[in-house]
Design a protein around this ligand. Structure first.
Ligand SMILES: C[S@@+](CC[C@H](N)C(=O)[O-])C[C@H]1O[C@@H](n2cnc3c(N)ncnc32)[C@H](O)[C@@H]1O
Length: 288
């Protein structure tokens, strides 16, 4: 079902269940994103791959130290801290889950990065920041949660200064759901609903670039990085296939949503692409 409002209850279920919290804190070390692997690099070292993905983001942002950057959907703030510590950026994170905001603040204080990272509650479809507040903005695997991607992109455009840069990283289907084989579509759609990914029903590899252009951005690059994400997917599948099967035999699969997504999505991976879109808000608006 596609709705045009924030499904806070669903998001709390996805990220707040004890099984999810355990997965994200212990297994993913607070990051809620995948990893980046180059040919020749080991796929088994998933934490390293996560750090490399953060570095890809920092390089695509390509902003000088001290630049003000919005992290749309900051989770526990792992990416924000990476941008602050490794690229010298001043990052403001927003997230709709209060426990993520609290966690991000706590971990930033522990890392002595509270001066360069700030976190607040916020829905990236209706940001409370004035126009042109930021030099850059990014979404690390959060646009899939968007209930209105056009509105989210319009907000990113509004809060960026002219010349400001936007980087979107994340998964999407290779084709619209209607074009998939029925059985595969059913598996994928159930996953999108359970994980509260309404955005992934609205955009796909074939139309996100156009949506960015319609929001007023100049798309610098639409990089299909599926080959760089695939090794992490393979490693996670190998790590979790058996534990997930065991856990399932003890209780409902919903309890282990994140592990389930890792395992079940592997079966329809031919329909999942991972992209890095880099776009710029033009320095001067085109004349009408
Ligand atoms: C997959 S996690 C990624 C978190 C973080 N970017 C990272 O890589 O660790 C997605 C995050 O987006 C947040 N989120 C979902 N919808 C949102 C919205 N409309 N506005 C702000 N945050 C949102 C979720 O609460 C969650 O923390």
């Amino acid at each position: 079902m596609v709705t045009e409002e924030l499904d806070l209850t669903g998001l709390r279920r996805v990220y707040g269940r004890p099984g999810s919290r355990l997965f994200y804190t212990m297994v993913a070390r607070n990051a809620r994103h995948w990893g980046w692997t180059e040919p020749g690099q080991s796929k088994w070292r998933c934490w390293r791959a996560q750090r490399r993905l953060e570095d890809v983001l920092g390089r695509k942002l390509a902003l000088p130290a001290g630049s003000r950057v919005l992290d749309a959907g900051s989770g526990a703030g792992v990416v924000a801290r990476a941008m602050a510590a490794r690229f010298g950026l001043a990052v403001t994170g927003v997230d709709v889950l209060d426990f993520h905001v609290r966690e991000a603040r706590r971990l930033s204080a522990r890392a002595a990065l509270e001066g360069r990272t700030a976190f607040s509650w916020g829905d990236y479809h209706r940001l409370e920041f004035p126009d042109a507040s930021f030099d850059g903005a990014y979404s690390m695997e959060t646009l899939v949660h968007s209930y209105a991607p056009e509105r989210a992109l319009a907000e990113f455009h509004r809060v960026l200064r002219p010349g400001g840069r936007l980087v979107l990283l994340g998964p999407m289907s290779t084709v619209p759901l209607e074009e998939m084989r029925a059985g595969d579509r059913a598996v994928l759609e159930r996953y999108l609903d359970d994980m509260v990914f309404p955005g992934a029903k609205r955009y796909h590899a074939g139309n996100l670039e156009r949506l960015l252009t319609e929001a007023g951005f100049q798309v610098e690059e639409a990089l299909d990085a599926s080959a760089n994400y695939a090794p992490t997917a393979e490693a996670l599948y190998a790590y979790f296939r058996v534990p997930y099967a065991l856990l399932r035999s003890w209780g409902p699969a919903e309890k282990w949503l994140n592990m389930r997504s890792v395992v079940e999505m592997y079966g329809v991976r031919q329909y999942i692409a991972w992209y890095v879109h880099t776009a710029v808000k033009p320095a001067a608006e085109p004349a009408v």
